[in-house]
Design a binder for this molecule. Sequence first.
Ligand code: GDP
Ligand code: MN
Length: 381
Amino acid sequence: MNLHEYQAKRLFGEYGVPIPVGGDVATTPEEAHAIAAKIGGTVVVKAQVHIGGRGKAGGVKLAHSPEEAAEHAAAILGMDIKGLTVHKVLIDPGADIQKELYLAMLIDREERKPMIMASSEGGMDIEAVAHDTPEKIVIVHIDPEIGLQLHQGTYVASRIGLPKAQWKGFWKVLQGLWKCFTATDAVQCEINPLIVQSDGSFSAIDGKMIVDDNGLKLRHPEFEDLRDPGELTENEKKAAEAGVNYIQLDGNIGCMVNGAGLAMTSMDVIKLFGGEPANFLDIGGGAQAETVTQALNIILGDPKVEAVMINIFGGITRCDEVARGFIEAMDHIETDVPFVVRLEGTNAVEGRALLDAVDGLATAVTLQEAAQKAVALAKGA
Ligand code: GDP
Ligand code: MN
């Protein structure tokens, strides 16, 4: 789950990373005015959307009075930044920027370790820095059993060119970020830029965090409040409620499959026969009739869907249970969209017998056959 800048910075602050003090979020120009008046002096008005490069897109503006802050808020609220609509702005005290650095902690999947990524070239698109001047990026892996070590902090501080007088302050930032990263089960904590102020102190004036979805339910139920409902489509919300893995795609063949691997394979075979999947949907193992109903509602909630392929391999999941769920679902769902169902594995014979009783339903024995039929149905055959 992605967090907004203001949420990420608040968490950074809780774990000891220095952040701008006194800012708050506004959803109207009036609120922006009030926050700016309370802060006093120069403030920065920042669009809160889950995308980088807001500055270049006009979503970060300095204001020298509460009136100007309200004007900027009025312009930024409702603005479209790379396809995302701005619903909130953060009003922070204007920063005293002497230098902009880049600092992040993230998981290196190849090394299977957390890593520090830092650069003297902050405030810019880090991918561009990595591409043009890779020598300006410092990477240090952290052994998760040992944790962050002082020598690693010293190494990074010196490699990004900080004078010795600032190493202690930098170490505080790094320790805070590491604590935040581990305590929140984050997969990414990024500060871009981490600024050095004229007195040599640090401040994280931008923040980005991604927390591990797998930790949300059991380890961090408190983060549920941080979820931006606007981030999910209606269908993704329904999927989260139903507990199925659903990813919307661009094609017109809806897929309902049990198991992530089988779902991927099903999508590949659809493509092989010239079709395009409308979604990835894994109803999981041991799915009950109710889950099947919910999954079908989700699939048919996508207006692009012109045919649906159901591919179930019964292991723990019983094919007759799925068939019953399908038949039950069809009692509640009004649709002209044609279906093709393939059942294999545990209780497949019983399942198929149930489906044979359904008028005009296409069934298939092999995955190839199912995919071919789905592609033909989607083309209006
Ligand atoms: P991003 O474009 O989405 O990464 O948003 P940032 O929060 O990183 O802001 C972009 C750039 O705006 C930063 O790199 C800074 O150069 C500048 N900026 C952000 N806040 C302030 C501020 O308070 N004062 C000044 N002078 N510049 C700022
Ligand atoms: Mn930034």
